[in-house]
Design a protein around this ligand. Structure first.
Ligand code: TMP
Ligand code: MG
Length: 350
């Protein structure tokens, strides 16, 4: 891959400029513009700019190799697996923490909304803490999700309340998400949105915010069961939280793509699973280290992983840049991923 310097304009609307940066191995925790010997910015200025909307690539050569492999194999071998909250959606909206599929919900019962908010205030700092051991954190996340699901049922959530909540929400997609989906749809590349949020809410968010459907996009997430009065009575299947996405990847991905309008030509679940498994090259996108496990069930050949590091940047960057092939800092837009897939499968000569 061509490494792009900090003043290069990518395939994005003219107002958007992104930079690819890499670690300067001679200085711990220092970053520089690649190929920018003549850059007039001081290191500090560059760091500030880079931290505002940049991409960290720790091993550009390895990324180049992966791009070549995926491009050579072609779009029929490729799929995208993306987390939803704070990956497809923005972490901050109008300067405030954007809402997630969970916390946009207004149950129509203020007492229960407050109880769920109190859980968020307690558990979210634990979720993003870089110092809690993974086993301990997994238990905490299970606790949080179970308590929240119980409160949604007890508090009498209705489907109408979901629609109204989404109408009044401050959830927003990153710029470039629609363009990404459109490009992938044209190339008949399936997109799996794999979320520890709420499937029914995510569907409503897609409906209301994108104003169109994509036949290649499908959701694996916690799915609600409503009674005849449209009142939530239970959740289907096993609970999905931020740290157990791996357990669900294989069994849910197959049937999912079967339903999503992608013509697999296969009728049963096993064959549909086989269809997804044929797509052994993956672009995985997430904002959480646990999101890396979304592809566990696939025995992929080549995977490019993209991490959105939205918060706790100073403390978490080290682990993110080791774990992901590319790390987008500070709530970056989706144009880098758009650029990446168009570079992978562009019909134009590059
Ligand atoms: P994701 O898998 O789509 O990122 O969704 C999980 C996010 O949902 C995670 O970052 C925490 C968030 N969340 C809330 O905002 N409120 C809640 O009540 C729960 C359980 C999770
Ligand atoms: Mg997320």
């Amino acid at each position: 891959m061509r490494v792009i310097n900090c003043c290069t304009r990518l395939h994005a609307p003219s107002s958007i400029r992104l930079s690819f940066v890499r670690r300067n191995h001679s200085q711990t925790h220092s970053y520089r513009c690649v190929g920018h010997g003549n850059c007039s910015l001081s290191t500090n200025q560059m760091e500030q700019r880079n931290l505002s909307a940049n991409t960290v690539i720790d091993h550009p050569r390895a990324l180049t190799d992966k791009i070549t492999l995926i491009r050579d194999a072609g779009p029929s071998k490729f799929q995208v697996i993306a987390d939803f909250d704070a990956t497809l959606t923005r972490y901050r909206v109008n300067g405030l923490r954007g809402q997630t599929s969970h916390n946009l919900l207004q149950q129509g019962n203020a007492e229960y909304d407050a109880k769920r908010q109190a859980l968020y205030d307690h558990y979210h700092p634990l979720e993003i803490s870089p110092v809690i051991p993974i086993d301990e954190k997994t238990k905490l996340m299970e606790e949080w999700w179970s308590k929240t699901h119980d409160l949604l049922i007890e508090g009498g959530l209705t489907y109408d309340a979901i629609k109204k909540s989404v109408e009044n929400s401050s959830i927003a997609f990153r710029e470039g998400v629609v363009e990404l989906f459109e490009f992938l749809e044209k190339k008949e590349i399936p997109v799996l949105i794999f979320s520890a949020g709420l499937a029914d809410v995510i569907e409503e968010v897609l409906r209301q915010n994108l104003h169109r459907t994509f036949k290649n996009v499908k959701i694996v997430s916690n799915r609600m069961v409503f009674d005849d009065n449209g009142r939530l009575v239970s959740f289907k299947g096993k609970l999905i939280h931020v740290l157990n996405k791996n357990e669900h990847a294989l069994d849910m991905a197959g049937p999912l793509h079967d339903q999503l309008g992608v013509d697999t030509g296969e009728e049963d679940e096993d064959e549909a699973n086989a269809y997804v498994k044929q797509r052994t090259n993956v672009l995985l996108m997430g904002d959480h280290l646990g999101d890396l496990r979304m592809s566990d069930g696939l025995s992929y050949e080549t995977r490019i992983s993209v991490g959105f590091l939205n918060d706790n940047i100073e403390k978490s960057l080290e682990s993110y840049r080791q774990a992901f092939d590319l790390v987008y800092l500070n709530d970056a837009p989706m144009w880098g991923a758009v650029e990446l897939v168009s570079r992978l499968f562009s019909t134009e000569e590059t």
